[in-house]
Design a protein. Structure first.
Lengths: 546, 422
């Protein structure tokens, strides 16, 4: 007898899974999302946050480019607050780049991407950060920044308001079957080890780079190629608009101003497992060198951290490798293909096209369930029932400019000074059972994502675990240490210049003032499953490579 | 600009060196490179908290333990400076604190064990008198008191941790929270806000009354965040303690450190009023060396480069915080002699995988002679009239051993003595 039941189980808490969950509930289908880590902790939250105009794909992957154009326009309607309309530049810095230009212009025309060639003088007037090596500039008004965390939370909150359930840190360990039909899933809590069964009529496998592991539990094959991308975060925006190299997409050829920081991306390296994502020094160096070709200030800006994400590229059987592979997605109907009814996978794709991916897979699932309601996600905004989203997630602009006299509220102390997070922005998340670690709070508020990398706010957040969640001190202190450790893992890769000064302040605070050194750390409870450690399919082999 | 002896630095080592020179009748020039770590984290003078990196057992008798450390590790900066420099420097600091209007407690003979804002016990040697009642070797139960609207001290977190780590049972530690006068439920306070407010008698009495209401029993002591006054702290502390009716002790908080601000601002003011010249916010960035001596150093001041010609120099900088070291991508170098102090194939070599383990970068600094002169490749002095003190000395990491303050005192004092003789 299953412990609980739902209509459709969606596995995977990235943008695709969150989009599917919302789409299902908007068609009146009861649904539950299962995620083995936190929401947006896999591919989505580790993307570079580019809202693709399609310009990067318009030459080599026209179908993907056209999807980006259409979905970008839809997202501007339905997810307004997750997007910053920066616009973007495609710049040539070499003769090879210039040779690419006619194909780029033609690709933009075919895909319907607005593209305007502007003079270098005019470009530099608009964007003084452009390097002196820039020879040609195209202005692509529909490039932008898409906040991947906010996007996932927005979809999930919208679905929850319609009755969807969400379980984080819940790993699927097996399936219940009736004949050739999937009738439920077995789960295990990645932190407590508690096991559970959930009955359902259908399962959507939206686990991206992990899709093959989930499918294997049913003895069916889904070939996903995990391709690592390394990114470097700079402590300020560097440029007003996104900057792309106008060439065949390659390593280190994109700069995305993202909220208070800039993100340099990226590399493309096939990896043996989606959780084995080593950051190599050559990748970090290459990113900074290539970024410097496009924008002044990249090499002198303070690099704050490096991180790696994994693309879930779907192997269509062609010979293509890494970046050559299509960014297109595929819905796999396992009933038709493998004779396993009630199980559907959605693979490939990208964050920009998450909604379309969700629509396609939900169309199939709904049809099989006999639901004829059509998709409305292209028209109904995420925050369609009031502005809860805006209240839950602070935007710097909401603080307003501090007034020189009188307005004390504008000058309130903050929970996280680096990212301008107010205490009330974090408060609701401490009441959310899906939030289990301080990393989860970080993903929902940006607390700890700025230059001090949680050195200050970690203590305040740990205090909230005791006062708001009634955790004991050692557990809350462990959560604080875990947050600092995950930040530290990214900081280490760019450890030069001001980073050493920052690290001295961090050590002065946590190791000297709080005396939280190794000896006392050993008296704390063991580390919780956190970022990239959500249990799941990590084998001993994978663990040894970490 | 000509000077007798130039001291470069902004931390405790620079202050000790300057005071040592002044007390010896010399005319030191203090060159202050920028914001000091005193503002961020300094609260106490830690001399030696842990004897070795593997033990969790705090040192009880720092002077004796340092004697042993010197015997075991003749290259340790404590050995180079000598135990006498630590003793004499500490005596000088205690006298100076008294002269500047502070009351501090502690001695080299015995460490105190004080609760931190997160509820860990921490060994410290010299502490402001307002912290001393927190000593965990005493048995009275502790009540941590936080303030509604103040997020930088969480009494519940400190109490929960300390009750597990102190070993006096669950009843020995508890937490209370009192609302502050004028707190309307939305406003938040910083440490500085509160420290200023506590200098107001009416405010302080009101808070004391609210605390008293929540603590009916005698025989407890009250731990509060270190916000009891910014400039008149001794009066604030004694007045507040009388009004609360229990012993009260301060606990250092997140930055800005009110304890650090008090200490530094008053020592700086005191030394300046007694005639020491200070050059503000001028990072030193080059030195001219000829014939084995440093002729001058150069400061970056507004719009120009300022040469300083001194007979001797004390470089009392604290690692990278105030510019003792320049960290490039592969090489860490010094700003004066432009020598490579460490090189790394990849930046990750500078750190341990865990933030909470000893960090390789923390040990980078100037290798020094037994007179604390920066050493050249052959082991001799790079410049006979330059002496290094504090965190910029290579080869040790004061973080794990909790010895930053004591090392600053010993090396600052010794470097000043050597500079006088140079």
């Amino acid at each position: 007898m299953p412990d609980t039941s739902t209509g459709v189980v969606v596995i995977g808490g990235g943008s695709t899974g969150a989009g599917v969950l919302r789409d299902l509930t908007m068609r009146g289908i009861d649904a539950m999302l299962l995620e083995k880590g936190d929401l947006a902790s896999g591919t989505t939250g580790r993307s570079h946050g580019l809202l693709h105009s399609g310009g990067r794909y318009c030459v080599n992957d026209l179908a993907a480019a056209i999807e980006c154009v259409e979905e970008g326009r839809i997202l501007r309607r339905i997810a307004r607050t997750t997007i910053e309309d920066t616009g973007g530049y495609f710049v040539s810095v070499s003769e090879e780049d210039e040779a690419w230009e006619p194909r780029f212009v033609e690709g933009c025309r075919k895909a319907g991407i607005a593209c305007e060639r502007i003079s270098v003088e005019e470009a530099r007037r608009r964007e003084p950060a452009l390097s002196t090596q820039v020879r040609t500039v195209f202005w692509i008004p529909e490039d932008g920044h898409l906040d991947p965390f906010y996007l996932v939370m927005g979809n999930v909150e919208s679905a929850r308001r319609r009755g969807a359930q969400v379980r984080t840190y819940t790993e699927v360990t097996g399936f219940l079957k009736e004949g050739n039909r999937v009738s439920g899933v077995r789960t295990r809590d990645a932190m407590t080890g508690e096991e559970s069964t959930i009955a359902c009529q259908a399962v959507v496998n939206a686990t991206g780079a992990w899709a093959g592991f989930v499918a294997r539990l049913l003895d069916v094959e889904v070939k996903v190629v995990p391709v690592k991308g390394v990114m470097v975060v700079l402590s300020h925006r560097v440029a007003h608009a996104t900057i792309n190299r106008c060439h065949k997409p390659g390593d280190g050829d994109i700069i995305v101003p993202a909220l208070s920081v800039a993100i340099l991306g990226t590399t493309a390296v096939k990896v043996p497992h989606p959780e084995v994502l080593p950051i190599e020094w050559d990748e970090v160096r290459h990113m900074i060198e290539e970024g410097s070709l496009m924008a002044d200030g990249v090499s002198t800006a303070r690099a704050m951290r490096a991180y790696a994400g994994v693309r879930p590229l779907y192997d269509l059987g062609a010979e293509a490798e890494g970046r050559e592979m299509s960014r297109n997605f595929a819905v796999i109907d396992h009933e038709q293909r493998d004779g396993v009814a009630g199980f559907t996978s959605i693979v490939g794709g990208k964050v920009t096209t998450y909604r379309l991916m969700a629509e396609r897979v939900t169309d199939l699932v709904a049809r099989r369930l006999g639901v004829t309601t059509s998709c409305t996600t292209a028209d109904v905004p995420l925050n369609d029932r009031g502005d809860e989203m805006d209240q839950l997630r602070h935007r710097p602009a909401k603080l307003g400019m501090p007034k020189p006299h009188g307005d004390e509220r504008a000058l309130q102390p903050l929970l996280c000074e680096c990212e301008l997070v107010r205490p009330q922005d974090a408060e609701p998340w401490f009441r959310d059972p899906a939030v289990r670690t301080l990393e989860d709070i970080r993903r929902r508020t940006r607390s700890g994502m700025g230059p001090c990398q949680a050195a200050i706010c970690a203590y305040r957040l740990a205090g909230r675990l005791v006062t708001d969640r009634h955790q004991d001190g050692p557990t809350a202190t462990r959560a604080m240490a875990d947050l600092l450790e995950t930040r530290w893992r990214g900081v280490r890769h760019v450890f030069w210049g001001s980073q050493l000064r920052q690290a001295q302040v961090t050590a002065g605070l946590h190791l000297e003032l709080f005396n939280l050194d190794r000896q006392l750390m050993q008296a704390l409870p063991p580390s919780l499953a956190g970022e990239g450690r959500g249990g799941g399919f990590e084998t001993a082999e994978v663990a040894s490579q970490r | 600009m000509k000077a007798d002896i130039a001291v470069v630095g902004s931390g405790l080592a620079a202050l000790i060196a300057t005071r040592t020179l002044q007390q010896a009748g010399r005319s030191p020039l203090l060159i202050w490179p920028g914001l000091t770590s005193l503002y961020f984290t300094y609260a106490t003078v830690d001399v030696l908290g842990y004897a070795d990196p593997t033990t969790a057992e705090p040192v009880e008798q720092p002077e004796a333990a340092i004697g042993q450390l010197i015997a075991d590790h003749p290259d340790h900066p404590y050995a180079l400076a000598g135990l006498d420099a630590l003793r004499d420097g500490t005596a000088l600091l205690i006298d100076w604190l008294r002269a500047a209007g502070f009351t501090w407690q502690g001695s080299l003979a015995r460490n105190l064990l004080l609760p931190t804002a997160i509820g860990t016990p921490k060994p410290s040697c010299l502490v402001p008198a307002s912290m001393a009642a927190g000593d965990l070797r005493r048995d009275e139960p502790i009540v941590f008191c936080g303030f509604a609207g103040y997020q930088d001290f969480v009494p519940e977190l400190a109490a929960s941790n300390l009750s597990r780590w102190w070993g006096r049972g669950d009843q020995a530690v508890r937490a209370i929270r009192v609302p502050l006068p004028g707190f309307d439920g939305t406003r938040l306070f910083t440490s500085i806000d509160l420290a200023r407010s506590f200098e107001d008698d009416a405010f302080r009495r009101e808070v004391a009354g609210r605390i008293r209401q929540q603590i009916p029993a005698d025989g407890v002591r009250i731990g509060v965040p270190a916000v009891l006054g910014l400039t008149h702290d001794m009066d604030v502390h004694s007045g507040f303690m009388a009004e609360v009716g229990h012993p009260v002790f301060e606990i250092p908080t997140l930055p800005p450190s009110v304890l650090g601000l008090r200490l530094f601002d008053r020592l700086r003011k005191h030394i300046q009023e007694s005639g020491v010249e200070i050059i503000w916010a001028a990072p030193a960035h080059a030195a001219e060396v000829s014939g084995g001596r440093c002729d001058r150093i150069f400061l970056k001041s507004a719009g120009r480069e300022q040469p300083i010609d001194a007979r001797a120099y004390v470089l009392a900088l604290e690692d990278t915080v105030d510019g003792a070291l320049r960290a490039g991508v592969h090489t860490v170098s010094d700003p004066f002699f432009h020598r490579s102090l460490a090189s790394h194939a990849v930046p990750t070599e500078r750190t341990d995988e865990s933030l909470f383990n000893p960090q390789p970068f923390a040990s980078i600094g100037y290798p020094v002679t037994d007179r604390l002169q920066p050493r050249d490749d052959e082991g001799g002095p790079l410049a006979g009239n330059v002496f290094v003190a504090g965190g910029a000395i290579a080869g040790y990491d004061p973080v794990g051993s909790k010895s930053r303050g004591g090392l600053a005192i010993a090396t600052g004092y010794r470097a000043a003595k050597e500079a006088m003789a140079a």
